[in-house]
Design a protein around this ligand. Structure first.
Ligand code: ZN
Length: 164
């Protein structure tokens, strides 16, 4: 395997119907360290061979993106047990706990005093198509390799949140 690169890219993400789900166009590009788990596995793997300046369409099956949908992640709970004040609507998302890493759930139905919550990632089960333009590809710094992620222009601590 060749040495990992730090890759900066712009992307437009579409679902199988061609609907745009997300795009970096008009904003900042994404920078990541290859193989470090900073972007989804299937995209990381397929961008290995793409050089700086190149554009590439990358298709990532759900299993290598946000995973397949898991029916066990759908739960029916009493409205009164939820940590949410005010009105609840289908499509609302919230964390199940105050812990910043608590899973995010989506309200998929409201039936009487019961609420159906779906803890699957909103893109679980969705095959993704990325139109990618690699803006830059460079050798990582020693600090990036030791931290296990890419740093932006300002280095670590610039919203990096890695605690180093
Ligand atoms: Zn760092």
């Amino acid at each position: 395997m060749s040495a990992p690169r730090v890759v900066t890219f712009h992307y437009t993400l579409r679902d199988p119907s061609g609907r745009v789900l997300d795009s970096s166009a008009g904003g900042d590009p994404i920078t990541y360290l290859e193989g470090a788990g900073q972007i989804i596995d299937g995209l990381d793997a397929q961008l290995r061979a793409v050089a700086a300046g190149a554009k590439q369409r990358v298709q990532v099956p759900a299993a290598r993106a946000y995973g397949e949908r898991d029916p066990a992640q759908v739960q029916r709970v009493k409205r009164a047990t939820l940590p949410v004040d005010g009105e609840l609507r289908v499509g609302d998302q919230f964390q199940t706990d105050t812990d910043r890493y608590a899973p995010v759930v989506t309200v998929s139905a409201i039936e009487g005093d019961e609420v159906v919550l779906d803890a699957n990632h909103p893109l679980a089960g969705v095959d993704l198509t990325f139109d990618v333009e690699v803006v830059e590809a460079r050798v990582p710094t020693a600090e990036e390799i030791s931290h296990g992620h890419a740093h932006g222009g300002g280095g670590c601590g610039d919203g990096c949140g890695c605690g180093h």
